[in-house]
Ligand binder design. Structure first.
Ligand code: IMP
Length: 426
């Protein structure tokens, strides 16, 4: 049984949490492979809402092995808080495993993220994500496993690193730095709490795949936030695309059988950066209100706009999408006319492909096609056949424009409001 990778096909917040949760119920193992506590998944189960940031959605099923892979940057304090919250609500977290190779988000990373974002204006979540990945690539970061073995070696490196970070914080930003000993004590108490969960997770996932178990890789953020393939520099610092699943978990590409792209029936983004179909009008406002488009992690209002098929075609290409999940279709219920962007107009020419230059993207105008809205409440629909013809036409148009068939359509936040037309796990 080959593994399934689930990715966001837009700028994140596509409703991946709900789809992951739906698939997680059928999976033996769910793996997070990138990002950190910048992610926020809301899962609704039997009137109960769960907000997950670092813990994979599979945690709601006691039999599912949940893995935080080596590609995830771990804020240990936040993870402990999240686990405490779940345990208090009766969720068994003993099936969680965290990679010993996962980089640790330090308090100075969060501080530097906040300070740097004042100048760069990316609009980060201030969770220390960029600075932690930067340190990893720069080979001056710390992995969770480093905190467990040979404490004297760790302490010496850590002391030097805190001194270096303090110089940046003091000299460039004129703010107070950190006391290394206090940080060290905090880290050691946190790692002691997490110790039972730490493991060589690549080996665990490898064995699951070898035994024919159902493995689901759960991407956070989305394709256009990918550090290489997104709208750089308005991106996150990891690889949300499907290829990131291999690097961020330590398995080979031959293990991946299907790639499910999750796309909202319209488009949103948080933070700064160009967004060709953005609507700064009443329609955008209606999408925000009906879709409850406010960040799970930061509470920020999301920017909203029409569906962009240029983006979906691009997502299909860079992720190798085999299937599509279309979420929040019900948010479009009230509109008499729906627009889909089919190409971009740039300096008199029509671009069919997503530009790889942020300057060009920021000057692209959307070229729309129009479709009639269904103006009917979809929230109670449970079978594809029950959808009004106009809603089916909207979905089929997305399939044609993206070149990917839909497997799942969501018409509301609850588990029951999920129409499945193709089984991803046999
Ligand atoms: P960072 O990931 O905190 O460094 O933020 C970089 C960019 O990614 C900002 O524009 C954030 O708003 C965006 N971002 C990070 N995580 C998410 C997410 O889970 N959903 C949507 N946008 C995100």
């Amino acid at each position: 049984m080959a593994a399934v990778v689930l990715v966001g096909a837009q700028w994140g917040d596509e409703g991946k949490g709900k789809i992951t949760d739906f698939l997680a119920e059928r999976a033996d193992c769910v793996v997070r492979y990138q990002g950190g506590s910048n992610a926020g998944h809301t899962v609704e189960v039997k009137q109960e809402k769960f907000m997950l940031h670092l813990v994979p959605s599979g945690i709601l099923y006691p039999q599912t092995l949940c893995v935080v892979g080596n590609g995830v940057v771990v804020d240990m304090g936040k993870l402990i808080e999240e686990l405490d919250g779940l345990q208090k609500r009766g969720i068994d977290t003993s099936n969680l495993r965290i990679s010993l190779r996962a980089p640790v988000v330090m308090p100075y990373h969060k501080k530097i993220d906040e300070l740097e974002d004042r100048d760069s204006n990316i609009g980060t979540t201030k969770r220390g994500i960029g600075p932690t990945y930067a340190d990893k690539i720069n080979r001056i970061g710390f992995r969770i496993g480093d905190l467990l073995e040979e404490p004297d070696i760790f302490e010496a490196r850590f002391k030097a690193q805190v001194a270096y970070k303090n110089r940046i914080i003091n000299e460039i930003y004129n703010e107070e730095g950190f006391d290394y000993k206090a940080l060290l004590d905090k880290l050691m108490s946190e790692v002691a709490v997490l110790k039972p969960y730490l493991a060589d997770t690549s080996y665990l996932i490898y064995n699951c795949i070898k035994e024919g178990k159902k493995v689901l890789f759960e991407g956070a953020q989305g394709t256009l936030l990918d550090i290489d393939h997104g709208t750089y520099p308005y991106v996150t610092s990891s690889h949300p695309i499907a290829g990131g699943a291999c690097v961020g978990s330590g398995i080979g590409p031959t293990s991946i059988g299907r790639v499910l792209g999750v796309a909202k029936a319209y488009t949103t983004r948080v933070g700064e950066g160009p967004f060709p179909t953005e609507l700064n009008d009443e329609i955008g406002q209606t999408l925000r209100e009906r879709g409850a488009e406010f960040g799970t992690t930061t509470g920020r209002p999301r920017r909203c706009g029409w569906l962009d098929a240029v983006i979906l075609r691009y997502a299909a290409r860079v992720n190798g999408l085999t299937d599509l999940a279309i979420t929040k279709l019900d948010v479009l219920d009230s509109f008499p006319v729906l627009k889909i962007c089919v190409a971009y107009r740039y300096k008199g020419s029509l671009l069919q492909e997503f530009p790889d230059n942020i300057g060009i993207l920021s000057k692209c105008e959307p070229e729309y096609m129009e479709l009639p809205g269904w103006q009917q409440d979809l929230s109670g629909v449970t079978e594809y056949e029950q959808l009004p013809d106009k809603a089916k036409r909207y979905i089929e148009t997305i399939e044609e424009l993206s070149g990917v068939k839909q497997a799942i359509v969501a018409v509301g936040p609850k588990r029951e409001q999920t129409i499945v037309t193709q089984r991803l796990y046999t």
